[in-house]
Design a protein around this ligand. Structure first.
Ligand code: AMP
Length: 128
């Protein structure tokens, strides 16, 4: 897929517009490398993979962070995790890690909730 030319500038513009790169991917305005799509979510390969398999699962309805999720989001959050496991299975992963960074200090850079699915190499613990 085409890489953003300037990720930092894109992220700054998104923040100003209260939009995100993932919103633009969902609207088809920028390309992605999809591995799963349904009526509630989209899963695609991370543009800067941290492992041989690195996929992001994102809800179509925007939640900025996990911290802002409400009780009414329970079914959607459960669906994202089930899709994460399905995608990992389809990628042939027998072991994998799911990560949801919530908040800038936790490493979140795109403020549209996403589940990282990472695998294909040994993964150390604790993370950085
Ligand atoms: P986080 O740091 O948890 O917010 O994760 C954001 C992830 O989005 C990072 O792993 C980025 O590499 C990834 N990312 C940013 N822009 C794109 C894009 N256009 N297509 C795919 N992945 C992206």
């Amino acid at each position: 897929m085409a890489e953003p030319t300037d990720l930092a500038a894109d992220l700054a513009a998104d923040l100003a517009a209260n939009d995100t790169i993932f919103g633009r991917i969902l609207r088809g305005e920028i390309p992605c490398d999809p591995v799963h799509a349904d009526d509630r979510c989209l899963a695609f390969r991370d543009v800067a993979p941290q492992a041989p398999v690195h996929i992001l699962v994102i809800p179509r309805r925007r939640l900025a962070t996990l911290a802002e999720a409400q009780a009414g989001d329970a079914e959607l959050l459960g669906h994202l995790l089930l899709v994460a496991a399905q995608v990992a299975r389809e990628q042939g992963l027998t072991a994998f890690r799911t990560v949801i960074n919530s908040g800038a200090d936790a490493g979140q850079t795109v403020f549209h909730l996403h589940v990282h699915v990472i695998g294909g190499r040994p993964l150390a613990w604790p993370p950085g």
